[in-house]
Design a binder for this molecule. Structure first.
Ligand code: HEM
Length: 488
């Protein structure tokens, strides 16, 4: 009696395995897809871009992998990524666990689509464009105040090996605080400490939780000690309360005639009853700016200081340029950036070399689309392998080395270089890129103008990463200490 049942189950299982291993018609090729596991045995989830580069050699620039039973199309190479990401059909964003958990639903910019997404995104772009436009002194002054405080803080620890993350984060968070709330706080104040802790813990949680988008069952079967969902929920709720409190405070102070910070301008639209502009939308945007905007810039700056401390000859060249154009120890301002090609090349080469977001954020097709002869149904998940560009000999003479000359031609800066896309490209390109570029330039150049970065004794100068990036995980440098010496 039992054998017919076992045989039927076996047949069903075999049919399921065969079905799971067949790709849809005209779908991009790729490694075999196994039942339940998909292509996982063929992927190193801690270093997806490395696995992707191997698969690219075999299957070409467009291939597909399966995460569990979900197909993901992976794009490689500058031309292919550009061709796809510039088309509106590829501008969708799949619902992902971390993003919707953090915002308590699909709101803000990163996780939304359609009219809501474009209205919020355009608002942020216009605002950032306005405050960072050359001639707009206000925002640069704010950044320079923070840079001055950072330097004061560094001066207290001259000639000692120090970890830089906390000091950098204080500076970055206060820049964002000014942008969103029109004020700053001292790092010792309780409110600052709370926000710092929330941003830090939420970022950690979101990185760890990226896998739950593909395998939501894990949130049910794994113990809290592994998923850390309760802890994530605690910090998320605290940050929601804080962002809502900021808006209440702003409302009380708002007289309808201020045109200052981001909240003032957003509230103006709320008051006019413009579509998609609500106080909840504003709170979501602020939370997003704090979490995405602080961690990315912080990781990039940590890479910058690490790389430069390991390359004294590069520091020497930047300092020669800064001294010549601005004067030794004199504040370096954004309007000088045109005359500082080597310094600008350093900022760009750090972005290429560090490659902090190797697979960016996942996209989705919003309707049926074709790409290089393949048919991609609506709602297909799309991932770009930016490393395939940032590490390609097609664009870089020494892809594996830190080589600022990659961005220089006859002593001039190459502004838009093919194969370079630290902020993604096309319809979803990072709206914070100009702000981030300014922050990186001002913080880095002003530090180098005053200090020499020196490796700690015994440091072997390894420029390795703490963990290779899987999706939604930023590549960090290995933890390090560095010595700041006054330039004699
Ligand atoms: C060095 C710093 C930064 C890097 C490397 C970076 C990189 C990226 C990348 C790769 C994406 C994904 C693009 C795509 O989906 O194709 C992105 C999206 C985004 N970034 Fe940044 N970013 C940085 C700084 C910032 C800052 C300072 C802000 C905020 C002020 C910001 C806000 C956003 C937002 C809101 C999105 C989502 C855009 C959308 O879905 O339309 N980023 N960023």
């Amino acid at each position: 009696m039992i054998w017919p049942v076992v045989c039927s189950l076996l047949v069903i299982f075999i049919i399921y395995c065969i079905k799971a291993s067949i790709r849809p018609r005209d779908f991009p090729p790729g490694p075999p897809c196994l039942a339940f596991l998909g292509s996982l045995p063929y992927l190193d989830v801690r270093n997806l871009s490395k696995s992707f580069s191997k698969l690219q050699e075999r299957h070409g620039d467009v291939f597909s992998v399966f995460i569990g039973s979900t197909p993901v199309v992976v794009l490689n190479g500058w031309k292919t990524i550009k061709e796809a990401f510039e088309r509106p059909e590829f501008s969708g964003r799949p619902g992902n666990f971390s993003g919707t958990f953090f915002q308590k639903g699909k709101t803000g910019i990163t996780t939304t689509e359609g009219k809501h997404w474009s209205s919020q995104r355009n608002f942020l772009i216009d605002y950032l464009e306005n405050i960072s436009r050359s001639g707009s002194q206000g925002f640069q002054d704010i950044m320079m105040d923070e840079v001055t405080d950072l330097k004061l803080d560094l001066t207290k620890k001259l000639s000692e090996p120090i970890a830089v993350s906390y000091k950098l984060n204080v500076c970055i968070i206060n820049i964002l605080w000014n942008l969103c709330c029109g004020r700053r706080l001292h790092a010792q104040q309780q409110e600052f400490q709370t926000v710092y802790e929330c941003v830090d813990k939420i970022t950690q949680f979101m990185s760890r939780a990226a896998i739950f988008s593909f395998l939501p069952i894990l949130t049910k079967v794994l113990p809290e000690s592994v998923t850390k969902i309760e802890k994530g929920r605690y910090y998320r709720n605290r940050f929601h309360e804080i962002s809502e409190k900021w808006i209440r405070e702003h409302r009380q102070e708002y007289r309808g005639n201020r045109t200052g910070d981001l909240q003032d301008l957003y509230l103006e639209k709320v008051n006019k009853g413009e579509d998609n502009f609500t106080e909840q939308g504003l709170a979501a945007m602020i939370r997003e700016i704090f979490v995405i905007g602080s961690e990315s810039v912080s990781v990039m700056l940590r890479w910058s200081l690490r790389i430069l401390s390991c390359h004294p000859e590069v520091q020497e060249k930047v300092q020669e340029e800064l001294d010549r154009v601005c004067g030794r120890g004199v504040d370096v301002t954004w309007d000088k950036s045109d005359q500082l090609p080597y310094t600008m090349a350093i900022v760009k080469e750090v972005q290429r070399f560090a490659d902090i977001a190797p697979t960016g954020l996942m996209h989705k097709t919003v309707c049926d689309a074709t790409l290089q002869g393949y048919h991609l149904p609506a709602n297909t998940l799309i991932m770009a392998n930016f490393t395939s560009c940032h590490q390609s000999t097609e664009f870089w003479k020494h892809p594996e080395k830190f080589h600022p000359e990659h961005f220089l031609e006859n002593g001039k800066l190459i502004e838009n270089k093919e194969g370079f896309m630290p902020y993604g490209l096309g319809t979803r390109i990072c709206p914070g890129m100009k702000l981030a570029d300014m922050e990186l330039f001002l913080i880095l150049s002003n530090i180098l103008s005053s200090y020499q970065l020196v490796m700690v004794e015994g440091d072997d100068g390894d420029l390795g990463t703490q963990f290779e990036g899987g999706t939604a995980v930023l590549r960090n440098p290995k933890p390090y200490r560095v010595v700041f010496e006054n330039r004699s």
